[in-house]
Design a binder for this molecule. Sequence first.
Ligand code: FAD
Ligand code: NAD
Length: 455
Amino acid sequence: MSALETFDVLIIGGGSGLTAAYYAEQDSRRIALVTDRPDAMGGTCVNFGCIPTKTLIAAARAADAVREAHHFGVHVDTDTIEIDFAGIMSRMRAARTKAADGARQWVENSMTLFDSSATFVGEREIETATGQRIRGERVFIATGSAPVIPSIDGLADIEYWTSADVLERSECPASLIVVGGGYIGCEMACFFAAMGTQVTLVHSNATLLAEDDEISEHVTEHFDDRVARCHGRAVAVRQDDGMTHVTLRSDAGDESDISAKALLIATGRAPVTQSLGLAHAGIETDDSGAIVVDAGMATTAPGVYAYGDVIGRAAFKHTSSSEGEIAYRNAFGGDRQMDYASNPHAVFCRPEVAGVGLREADCHDQGLDYRVSRLAYTDTARGQIEQASDGLAKLIVDDDERILGCHIAGPEASVLIQEVVVAMNTPGAPAACVQRAIHIHPSLSEVVGTLFETL
Ligand SMILES: Cc1cc2nc3c(=O)[nH]c(=O)nc-3n(C[C@H](O)[C@H](O)[C@H](O)COP(=O)(O)OP(=O)(O)OC[C@H]3O[C@@H](n4cnc5c(N)ncnc54)[C@H](O)[C@@H]3O)c2cc1C
Ligand SMILES: NC(=O)c1ccc[n+]([C@@H]2O[C@H](COP(=O)([O-])OP(=O)(O)OC[C@H]3O[C@@H](n4cnc5c(N)ncnc54)[C@H](O)[C@@H]3O)[C@@H](O)[C@H]2O)c1
């Protein structure tokens, strides 16, 4: 057994683990980073998530814009549009390689990198696969999440894709079944539809996405313009003659079959904690395997913090970055708490979706008194100019006009929501913050301005 090496900071996971590393480097602390994928530095966001998938979505948007240019009097022969799928995929892989290489270079220059999985063997002490023992005065766990593969009859015997497998493709399938109507299912369905694939999206909930009901219904309706939808559960699959057949079961129990050239499974992700030996270090997990942390990201073991997808809260990059900073500050004397009430999210499908705060159903379930205002993008000048008929915004406030939630579907929703996030971070979250602000005319920011004015 090799000697025990001690560091100021021990980080497990090379994704958002790099957030704690960034602050530790600024404080000139001795850092050990242990990651089982040093070849994919930056983790899911850089290599398999945000960066590569949004690079693909950018290509999808370009293709859609060309096809729809005729709405603005610009005519192109849409039959001759050429989609260089292999080129789009290699551009995406180049983007992620550049980002991952940059992250890796910084890591190699700034800390000690251990290329291994980590397993706890004691309090704040881990062992690598080669038997190296490492101890941290402070320990940060950011081991992320992995796809949940549902129990569908026959799935283990056929070829299918997860969201990571999609990124390795160079040939565009003529047809694709996407199982899962959540973030990944909706984004990937839109991408492939724009590439010219015939997409069938299978979703077990009545509507797509788990947004405010009105927004989910609105998005579901607009998906029908470009994607075939099947409401039901995928219960069995089989493959023959180059085709994949999926058996769907409706809520009423009726079964039907659909077929396509390829199958993507996007039915959720679960925290990666199984092989970490957390019990050896007194770190508790909940029933879903997520590491239990308090509002300051502290685990049940002194000096050990966890954040990111592994804690099973809001699995977004911006959230894990914020949690990581809070964890680091608290580990070294701070007393900060993560506030999820104004933590936004966005889905980069079409229409784009963004939300922050409570949905109307949450307000109802919590017995809150609330008021709602709604606005179609086309009720603003720019919404009309852009012919944004798929745009809808919704605001929920309490009796004192404090913002409870805001939900937007439509062009640039992820950008428009940010003004509301800022207002919600203002003590008391008064809607007046946004009402009083002057919005540029004629810009889409008037969607938010007018939404607040019409309260
Ligand atoms: C397809 C897809 C698209 C997404 N798009 C977006 C988006 O547009 N916007 C957004 O905000 N979020 C998006 N997300 C979510 C976002 O990527 C994640 O929330 C974020 O990357 C999680 O960071 P993390 O550090 O918790 O996990 P990860 O980035 O997965 O990092 C975990 C790290 O731990 C390592 N590891 C695991 N176990 C061990 C072990 N035992 N020992 C050592 N190392 C270990 C892994 O190799 C990895 O390096 C997307 C996710 C997916 C899958
Ligand atoms: N833009 C972003 O921020 C972004 C993009 C992609 C992923 N993510 C993150 O990754 C996580 C995982 O994404 P995801 O789309 O895999 O999960 P998800 O939880 O968003 O959606 C999974 C969907 O699959 C459905 N489902 C489960 N089993 C099914 C079955 N047998 N048949 C039909 N439908 C079934 C569920 O009802 C649910 O709607 C997200 O929760 C999100 O945090 C974020």
